[in-house]
Design a protein around this ligand. Structure first.
Ligand code: COA
Length: 213
């Protein structure tokens, strides 16, 4: 679990599936997303969980408030371990949001985790031209940059909409004024100081002479 300022993220458990199904059938959310699908049944949701929960290239996380109330889902999709790139997205259930800034908090937690624990170098996403809160959270508040426009890429409510490709590099995350705080939340270990007794204990003459049973 990684604890942010207003929310925390943790692996998805079976007990979260009813909440996630509700999130998936909520038209207020699904109509703002890039992808389209038929709404899942509870059975479909469970099959999806069984098939995807242990993937090497996709990891989803539950976003919950600091008291454990579920708020939404985020994650890393299509992880490319060679080039250290992944797709990310966030989906929050508005009625459970008791304050502003939770989207921003969850995105910063995820970035710190992706760049400083998983070891990625670049995250990307895609935002529809009418999704103000998403541009507000990713671009205005989290330092993401636009990289291109796919014109009339997505059909929604009878019209074609432009899709903006957005991304952030690890170096751009580092430049945010609160990145250090989020890195410490994702990786609390102090890795800056070498343990001082190592110098006497791990003397060169002892190397290779450690007794084995
Ligand atoms: C996108 C989402 C994660 C953002 O979460 P959030 O909790 O609303 O985000 P935050 O409050 O941290 O930040 C949003 C910012 O965008 C701003 N904003 C909202 N509507 C806006 C608009 N139409 N134009 C410009 N900025 C806008 C907000 O004012 C806020 O900035 P502020 O704090 O300076 O006022 C959330 O709205 C969500 O889950 N939406 C449904 C699913 C979705 O669209 N996911 C993204 C798919 S790409």
């Amino acid at each position: 679990m990684i604890v942010g300022k207003y929310c925390q993220i943790r692996p998805i458990e079976e007990r979260d599936l009813d909440f996630l199904q509700m999130l998936a059938v909520d038209r207020n959310i699904s109509s703002r997303l890039v992808g389209w699908d038929f709404p899942p049944s509870q059975y479909g949701q469970r099959k999806w969980f069984d098939a995807t929960h242990n993937s090497r290239t996709t990891r989803r996380f539950l976003v919950e408030d600091l008291g454990g109330t579920p708020l939404g889902i985020t994650g890393l999709w299509d992880i490319d371990w060679h080039s250290r790139v992944a797709l990310t997205a966030t989906k929050l259930y508005a009625p459970n949001l008791k304050q502003k800034g939770i989207g921003t908090d969850s995105i910063k937690i995820l970035m710190a985790y992706a760049f400083y624990d998983v070891g990625l170098n670049r995250l990307w996403g895609a935002i529809l031209d009418f999704n103000g809160p998403s541009f507000g959270a990713y671009a205005k508040k989290c330092g993401w940059r636009g990289e291109g426009i796919l014109r009339e890429e997505v059909w929604r409510e009878g019209n074609f909409h432009d899709l903006y490709r957005v991304a952030i590099l690890k170096s751009e995350f580092d430049a945010l004024n609160d990145s250090e705080d989020y890195i410490n939340r994702a990786v609390p270990a102090d890795t800056t100081e070498r343990v001082s007794i190592l110098d006497e204990w791990w003397a060169p003459e002892l190397v290779g002479k450690v007794p084995r049973d």
